[in-house]
Design a protein around this ligand. Structure first.
Ligand code: GAF
Length: 387
């Protein structure tokens, strides 16, 4: 949590002016339903109590001045010359500005200071939170009249066009529309959603951060998406009414994909099954059967690792080891994969011990620290200060 006072003070030091407003957009966890969002399937995410904050003020000219606390860097660009930059971090802000410009909504220049407490590279969607905080903040500052779903969609497109990752809508949606104490059961086809209470009884969630982020994660992510699209195209040869893997049955995959493209078959089969797992897991959560929920999470990890191939040895190690403890009901890698965190459902009070028990062997095998991250659910993006 970063206080308004601290943000306002730093804003003044950097820009010599007062901020007009501050927006907060959280990171997210996802209980189950991975790589299903861009296949028009289901996801079960929620926001966490770690967030990105942006402080902003309007300018009288067309200049954008952006300052990132993490990098201690100032980036300046005229509004009519915005384009992706090799600097990295400004892209998540500029990509959203581009969406506003493309929609012919009226804005002027602005000063924006960005800070946050979401661990970067941990798979908690800090980039989606930056996009959402920017969209939410500019919407409020310039009274653009955008609704929350529209802001989430703009964040997703910013990621596609300025960061080059063809992500689904899950992360932005969770950052914008979450409700404390609940997860969102989101249908990524029509964006219908319901809130399901995250009632875990004697259990709680702990994340174990591998502290690994593989360099090729974005290209591998886009490759997985391409494999899914290949499977859909093959199925469509016989079933033209099919739009996405959401419409595809096991039978269709067997008939149209299996013999032609084994990679597309394996990836698509995972996605079809992951949607089925989510339905089972969500019903278990609603019934208070946390053991059944956890079993689906273990199974999901196996699929993510062996079929969808988005895990890594560090994540596999943590899930395998966690399985040995009766206090752990479920564990799996979370998010896009290739590093980041595992999400674990553990007996209340056992989380710290679990991390301490796994850390020495993890350190010995991978020469890396294991960091537990304790999270609570939170509500979605909000205006937290306005002058
Ligand atoms: C990343 C993406 F940004 C999401 O859209 C989603 O596909 C996720 O990986 C995997 O479920 O976080």
């Amino acid at each position: 949590m970063i206080s308004n006072e601290a943000l306002l003070k730093r804003f003044k030091e950097v820009f010599q002016e007062e901020a007009e407003l501050i927006c907060k957009s959280p990171g997210r966890i996802n209980i189950i339903g991975e790589h299903t969002d861009y296949n028009e399937g289901f996801v079960l995410p929620t926001a966490i109590d770690k967030a990105i904050y942006v402080a902003i003020r309007k300018r009288d000219d067309q200049k954008l001045r952006l300052y990132a606390a993490d990098f201690e860097q100032l980036f300046e660009v005229p509004l009519d010359l915005i384009a992706p930059t090799t600097l990295g971090w400004p892209n998540y802000i500029l990509g959203v500005v581009q969406q506003i410009v493309d929609r012919k909504l009226e804005i002027s220049g602005f000063d924006l200071y960005i800070d946050g407490d979401i661990p970067v590279g941990a798979g908690l969607s800090s980039s989606a939170a930056v996009e959402c905080a920017t969209g939410f903040g500019l919407n409020a500052l310039f009274k653009l009249g955008l609704d929350r779903v529209e802001i989430a969609k703009m964040g997703q497109l910013a990621e596609h066009t300025y960061a080059g990752v063809k992500c689904g809508i899950m992360d932005q949606f969770a950052s914008i529309l979450s409700k404390e104490g609940h997860v969102i059961r989101l249908d990524c086809r029509d964006l219908n959603y319901t809130y399901v209470p995250l009632a875990l009884g004697d259990y709680e969630i702990v994340l174990l951060n591998t502290n690994v982020k593989h360099a090729l994660a974005s290209s591998a992510y886009n490759d997985r998406r391409a494999s899914c699209e290949t499977a859909v195209a093959l199925v469509q040869q016989m079933y033209p009414q099919v739009n996405s893997l959401r419409d595809v049955s096991h039978g269709m995959l067997e008939e149209m994909v299996k013999a032609v493209d084994t990679d597309a078959y394996t990836k698509a089969k995972f996605v079809v099954e992951e949607n089925e797992r989510l339905a089972t897991a969500c019903a278990a959560l609603e019934a208070g059967d946390i053991e059944a929920l956890g079993a689906q999470m273990f199974r999901a990890h196996q699929g993510l690792s062996q079929e969808y191939e988005v895990s890594c040895p560090e994540l596999d190690f943590l899930v395998d080891q966690a399985k040995a403890f009766p206090e752990v009901l479920g564990a799996r890698m979370m998010g896009g994969g290739f590093g980041g965190c595992t999400i674990n459902i553990v007996k209340k009070g056992f989380a710290k011990e679990l991390a301490e028990l796994l850390a020495p062997e993890y350190q010995a095998q991978f020469n890396l620290q294991l960091t537990p991250i304790f999270v609570h659910t939170d509500h979605g993006s909000n205006l937290v200060y306005s002058r």
